[in-house]
Design a protein around this ligand. Structure first.
Ligand SMILES: Cc1cc2nc3c(=O)[nH]c(=O)nc-3n(C[C@H](O)[C@H](O)[C@H](O)COP(=O)(O)OP(=O)(O)OC[C@H]3O[C@@H](n4cnc5c(N)ncnc54)[C@H](O)[C@@H]3O)c2cc1C
Length: 222
């Protein structure tokens, strides 16, 4: 299995860093190929505009999706975007490792998605959801929170974590055809004792060892 891990944390010694390391080591030890994008280490540019392209369809008015379709036709994506597209296209399983920021993706990862999920190349025409471009590939969010599990229940203080993740799981991943696996959610790693964090890492590793046989989830509707 070819795995692609996109990692969005600026501190290698963070718990996100530990989850990222654990995933790489576990998957490689199980014989899988692992390719990574460590977005901060790469200094990935998250700003989406004409820099996404080497080609220009309309020099007078910038419409991103028009330029994306043109770049798809003529091979006109900037090298940093093209490299990420190739990693997605080559993998069987994609994992995003990130801390929850303002109920969503950290800006560097949101910008990565804004630039890389290009119309034409990753969706469009009749290719959405079950007929999406990435049909047959699987994706998994591995996310940490600041708040504990108790505040992420339906009707609770912050509400249902699955509803919070739905814009990503449905609006980006399922929309473009990925089969979505259950998220790996580590609640409030900073608030627990070290033994509990070690247990989370062991559970993550154990899950990854058996990930090939895992069935996707329903990401839910609105
Ligand atoms: C801009 C912003 C917006 C935010 N928005 C939200 C939000 O909407 N909702 C929310 O809930 N939270 C929010 N947060 C909080 C954020 O989600 C958490 O701080 C983050 O998820 C914690 O993960 P971390 O990797 O940064 O933890 P860290 O603080 O890096 O790590 C936690 C602990 O794990 C330890 N650790 C590291 N490696 C290991 C290891 N191998 N074994 C054992 N222990 C280890 C560290 O030393 C540390 O003590 C926000 C934070 C910011 C900055």
């Amino acid at each position: 299995m070819k795995t692609f891990i996109v990692y969005a944390h600026a501190e290698p010694r963070s718990f996100n860093g530990a989850l990222f390391q654990t995933a790489q080591e576990t998957l490689r030890a199980a014989g899988h190929t692992v390719v990574t994008s460590d977005l901060y280490a790469m200094k990935f540019d998250p700003v989406s505009d004409r820099r996404n392209f080497t080609t220009v369809k309309n020099p007078d008015f910038f419409k991103q999706q028009i330029e994306e379709m043109h770049a798809t036709d003529v091979g006109g994506f900037a090298p940093d975007v093209e490299a990420e597209l190739c990693k997605m296209e080559a993998c069987d399983l994609m994992i995003w490792q990130f801390p929850l920021w303002w109920f969503g993706l950290p800006g560097i990862l949101k910008g990565w998605a804004d630039r890389v999920f290009a119309m034409g190349r990753t969706y469009g025409g009749e290719r959405f959801y079950e007929n999406g471009v990435f049909k047959g590939k699987r994706a998994l969010l591995s996310v940490t929170t600041g708040g504990p599990q108790a505040v992420y229940q339906k009707g609770g203080w912050n509400g249902d974590i699955h509803a919070i993740l739905r814009p990503i799981q449905r609006g980006i991943l399922r929309f473009t055809g990925w089969s979505v696996l259950a998220p790996n959610i580590v609640y409030a790693p900073v608030r627990v004792i070290d033994e509990e964090r070690q247990t989370w890492l062991k559970h993550w590793a154990a899950r990854l060892r058996a990930i090939e046989s895992e069935a996707p989830i329903e990401v839910g509707e609105y």
